[in-house]
Design a protein around this ligand. Structure first.
Ligand code: 3PG
Length: 209
């Protein structure tokens, strides 16, 4: 079973992907992989999300596919069945942690406060999503969390852009960040996969601190 912290070895950015048309799933994922971004978080936010995951898992072998917006046991099981090899949750409950452990699905749990970090730590999770990053305090909050949580590493997502990502990646407790800027709505609508590959290349080239 994959260790979620191993995901950071593949690059500094994990795209957070919302797919509205099934036909876009494979070319979008391929465009990201072609640009050097292999770790993909496809969110369970659209009715076709599971079908999209299945299609990507079959047709884009270079992708390391994860499910985002996993909120409960049913989501976790469906994501695993669709071919996802890790899960991301927007928040954390011990129930979702237990569900993922029961089925052998590595989880990147979402946290935004000290109490949530402690709950996730108590259940064995030390690599956490910090969401929604900008709204929950951004860089000053991550710096503050580094004080008590010396052994915790974060993947901030929410409101991060190509321009602001380097400031997050410069923090010692941030190894990777997430965002939807790699798959802009207008580029997807126009099936401009070349632009998505370019955005992926730019994201892959970002330096960590
Ligand atoms: C999310 O889960 O919505 C992600 O954090 C993406 O946020 P963004 O669209 O602000 O990048």
């Amino acid at each position: 079973m994959l260790n979620t912290l191993d995901l950071v070895a593949h690059g500094p950015v994990i795209p957070v992907i919302v797919i509205h048309r099934l036909e876009d799933a494979v070319p979008m994922a391929q465009a990201l992989v072609d640009g050097g971004v292999k770790v993909l978080e496809v969110t369970l936010r659209t009715p076709i999300a599971l079908q999209c995951m299945e299609a990507i898992a079959k047709a884009v072998p270079g992708a390391i596919l994860g499910a985002g917006t996993v909120r409960n046991r049913a989501d976790a099981q469906a994501a695993k069945d669709a071919g996802c090899v890790f899960a991301v949750s927007p928040g954390y409950t011990s129930e979702v942690g237990r569900a993922c452990r029961d089925i052998g699905l590595p989880l990147l749990p979402g946290t935004a406060t000290g109490s949530e970090v402690m709950q996730a730590n108590a259940d064995g999770y030390l690599f956490l999503k910090f969401f929604p990053a900008m709204q929950a305090g951004g860089i000053p909050m991550l710096k503050a969390l580094a004080g008590p949580f010396t052994d915790v590493v974060f993947c901030p997502t929410g409101g991060i852009t190509l321009e602001t990502a380097p400031q997050f990646l410069a923090l010692p407790n941030v190894k990777v960040c997430g965002g939807s800027w790699l798959t802009p709505t207008d580029a997807v609508a126009a099936k401009d996969w070349g632009r998505i590959t370019l955005l992926a290349k730019e994201a892959s080239a970002l330096k960590r601190g």
